[in-house]
Design a protein around this ligand. Structure first.
Ligand SMILES: O=c1ccc(O)c[nH]1
Length: 347
């Protein structure tokens, strides 16, 4: 259902407060022709109400001729910021960037963050944003879990459907996402409420079974039959199943990039206000599927790029695949059991 401007302005006000936006600071709102007009207008008003100096930067989209999907997260790496020093300079000179266009994993995003600028991504529709306004409690819970993940040397994931895979950890940092940016140089995504790290290069071995009802992103469908991934040496070597497997395989083959098959980020969902079922109630193009990435107790793995954390892969092909009913153990300590987060593990 629709959201009132008043409610959206209040939502932005709370997220900007949590992000410690101060009077007189510089806010750049990055947008494009696809940016939701209500999100843009209410973000602008809320940032001004917080006393910030607000600049809108509108960039023209690229890559349409290369991607086989309209999904914002599925031709990564090159962005409208690539080879645009004017916009890049303005963003690096801001205290906070509200990214309503979607940069995600790109060299330019890393460069902006390294300058100390904060970036908050927000491209879900207002109905999702007002349901998932971040809270300090979300931050504390995700940060507590990330301390365990950061210290772990191995993640072992199993499921009744047949998943049994081990990831060696330690080469890459842990990323916590909880929906606001309270520290300089931080990137976050509203909505979120999950955490992940990246498997060591070549350090993923085993089988992942994407079960009936599990979700593929960007396909944004619920699988009607199992898809089995054979993972060796950090790469998906085989994709077995029926039509869903054929669709996934052809989608990835279209990129003609061997790096698309690499295991990328691995972690789990901790957002009780996001749900597995939500995607079934939206038109495919109304959402990027953050409910699916963040719902409490999923095991979320992704394929493709790891440049976000300084890894060598910047493939534009990026799949996020949240699984239900998994058990996730870090060095033998269970943090998710049969799709339920074990908070006691983080005390
Ligand atoms: O918020 C996000 C969205 C996509 C992704 O791959 C990671 N985090």
């Amino acid at each position: 259902m629709a959201v009132s401007d008043f409610q959206m302005i209040q939502a932005w006000g709370e997220v900007l407060r949590l992000s410690k936006l101060e009077k007189g600071q510089k806010v750049a709102i990055l947008c494009g022709p696809h940016t939701h007009p209500q999100t843009l207008q209410t973000a602008t008003i809320a940032a001004q109400a917080a006393g910030a100096v607000v600049t809108r930067i509108e960039l023209q989209p690229i890559n349409a001729e290369k991607a086989t999907t309209r999904d914002l997260m599925n031709y990564l790496g090159e962005t409208p910021l690539t080879n645009n020093p004017v916009a890049l300079a303005a963003l690096k000179n801001s205290d906070l960037v509200l990214d309503l266009m979607l940069l995600l994993f790109s060299p330019e995003q890393m460069e902006i963050l390294e300058s100390g600028t904060k970036i908050l991504l927000a491209v879900e529709p207002p109905e999702v944003l007002v349901r998932t306004i971040a809270t300090e409690a979300d931050r504390q819970r995700v940060v507590a879990a990330s301390k365990l993940l950061r210290a772990a040397k191995q993640m072992h994931v199993t499921s009744p459907a047949g998943t049994d895979i081990t990831f060696k950890l330690g080469e890459y940092p842990t990323i916590s996402e909880y929906g606001f940016c309270e520290e300089p140089g931080r990137w976050d995504h509203w909505p979120s409420g999950f955490l992940f790290t990246f498997a060591n290069e070549g350090g993923s071995e085993g089988t992942i079974v994407i079960d009936r009802g599990d979700i593929l992103l960007p396909q944004k469908n619920y699988l009607s039959e199992k898809v089995t991934l054979d993972v060796r040496g950090g790469f998906v070597r085989d994709i077995k199943g029926g039509v869903d497997a054929d669709l996934m395989r052809e989608f990835m083959e279209a990129y003609k990039d061997p790096e698309a098959y690499a295991i990328a980020h691995i972690g789990w969902g901790m957002q009780p206000r996001c749900f597995w079922h939500t995607l079934s109630l939206f038109d495919r193009e109304q959402t990027t599927g953050q409910d699916a990435r963040a719902f409490e107790g999923n095991f979320l793995f992704s394929l493709g790029p790891n440049n976000e954390v300084g890894g060598p892969r910047m493939t534009p092909c990026h799949l996020d695949i949240p699984l239900r009913n998994c058990t996730v153990a870090l060095d033998g300590v269970v943090v998710v059991r049969d799709g339920k987060v074990i908070d006691e593990a983080f005390q």
